[in-house]
Design a protein around this ligand. Structure first.
Ligand SMILES: NC(=O)c1ccc[n+]([C@@H]2O[C@H](COP(=O)([O-])OP(=O)(O)OC[C@H]3O[C@@H](n4cnc5c(N)ncnc54)[C@H](O)[C@@H]3O)[C@@H](O)[C@H]2O)c1
Ligand SMILES: NC(=O)c1ccc[n+]([C@@H]2O[C@H](COP(=O)([O-])OP(=O)(O)OC[C@H]3O[C@@H](n4cnc5c(N)ncnc54)[C@H](O)[C@@H]3O)[C@@H](O)[C@H]2O)c1
Lengths: 210, 210
């Protein structure tokens, strides 16, 4: 597997190629133009892509449709990825609606929300946007394999997050995106990413005049 | 200024020290224990902190209260940081409420939401949680210096984000946290961070079995 920073750039290149495709762009794109749109220098673009194969023609650039399909295959974006959310509070509900909206509107958006989980009896049994059922957290162990959930999004309070993650790992989850502002521990085979708003704000604060 | 990856870890160490303080922990902490809680090896902890000064005693560790205050000073977390949100939709409103809640409840949380901006006439003039006024986006140029806004959070649609950022940069903003899934361009003196949920999901997808 390639380093994470390379994968982050590939995901960016794919999004740019999908934006161009949707704008009915030209057939070819140079590493310079792709780089300019991604904020990456053209040599880096060529180096990143060369890790995965020979996609461009010298002096002509990359054929947009072809490169897009290749990147989709590399990033597993050429199939539907099932996602579930644990913790259907303020943030969970905003993310759930966002995912549902994008999946129905954009033909390239691969993430399908298939379930939600919560421990609040007042929420369990209801449906988000009349389509996605909120299951009790106690059912996570059987629902995860049954619904073939690929990625779990965690939007529970920080002090509940590790217990939820442990339950999900035992049920066989492979990838987690955590929003709770706390360090979580998972075994090496589980991929864990954070989206930590308060940590981002704290980092930005460092760059302000003291 | 230290590299971004170091600052990200310092922010993590600070949060851990604040959690210990709130739990009325012991007076000292070793680089090993701080490292274990942060998921970082102890040599890295010592190296990070040594960039900023001599904070620990050989064999004894770091005095929790002292190190916490030093990290707060380094990260500008020892003063209130004024934050504003542009785009008061699903995500903007969730983030606004979250910030207001943490600022009132936690004595260490330095981020105060002082304003919100939108271009929807139906939203302008209303108040979030009866306290934070939603100004028209056209007023950003004068409100930014007037309210001494340090950090701007961008939660507008992707195709509106660059224009909003250009307006904010002209008004003198120093730091931006962007949630719109698009690459933004700012001059070197403006610090720009992204929180891009769809990019995170795309990266996680790479690690699933093909
Ligand atoms: N709201 C935001 O904008 C925002 C921003 C950044 C980070 N966060 C983080 O995201 C998380 C969620 O925030 P929120 O504002 O949506 O909180 P919230 O209190 O509105 O929602 C939390 C939800 O999690 C559920 N829950 C609690 N414990 C659970 C458990 N053990 N199993 C299953 N469900 C459980 C609750 O019933 C509730 O529905 C928090 O960790 C918060 O720090 C939120
Ligand atoms: N909702 C989510 O959970 C979520 C998750 C990840 C990323 N995002 C991203 O965050 C952004 C906001 O998403 P949302 O779901 O809140 O959308 P939304 O449509 O609910 O809200 C967008 C808000 O921005 C305002 N707006 C539009 N153009 C503006 C302009 N030029 N100046 C000022 N205000 C303007 C609109 O009036 C609206 O209030 C989008 O870029 C989206 O891709 C959202």
């Amino acid at each position: 597997k390639a380093p994470d920073v390379v994968i982050r750039r590939l995901a960016l290149y794919l999004r740019i190629l999908q934006q161009i495709d949707d704008e009915e762009g030209g057939r070819f794109i140079s590493s310079k133009e792709l780089g300019d749109r991604a904020g990456v220098n053209s040599a880096q673009v060529r180096k990143d892509l060369a890790l995965f194969g020979e996609f461009g023609k010298q002096g002509v650039g990359y054929e947009i449709g072809y490169l897009r399909e290749e990147l989709r295959a590399i990033l597993n974006a050429n199939r539907t990825i099932n996602v579930a959310i644990v913790g259907v509070g303020e943030l969970g509900i905003a993310l759930a609606r966002y995912n549902l909206r994008r999946f129905t509107r954009e033909k390239h958006y691969p993430f399908r929300l298939v379930a939600a989980f919560d421990n609040d009896p007042a929420k369990v049994g209801r449906k988000i946007e009349k389509t996605v059922e909120i299951f009790p957290i106690s059912q996570l162990p059987e629902r995860l394999p049954e619904l073939r959930i690929d990625i779990l999004i965690i939007t529970v309070p920080a002090d509940a997050a590790q217990a939820v993650v442990d339950l999900a790992v035992k049920a066989g989850v492979r990838a987690i995106l955590n929003f709770a502002p706390t360090k979580l521990f998972v075994p090496p085979k589980v991929r864990l990413h954070y989206s930590d708003v308060s940590l981002e704000l704290q980092q930005l604060a460092y760059y302000l005049e003291s």
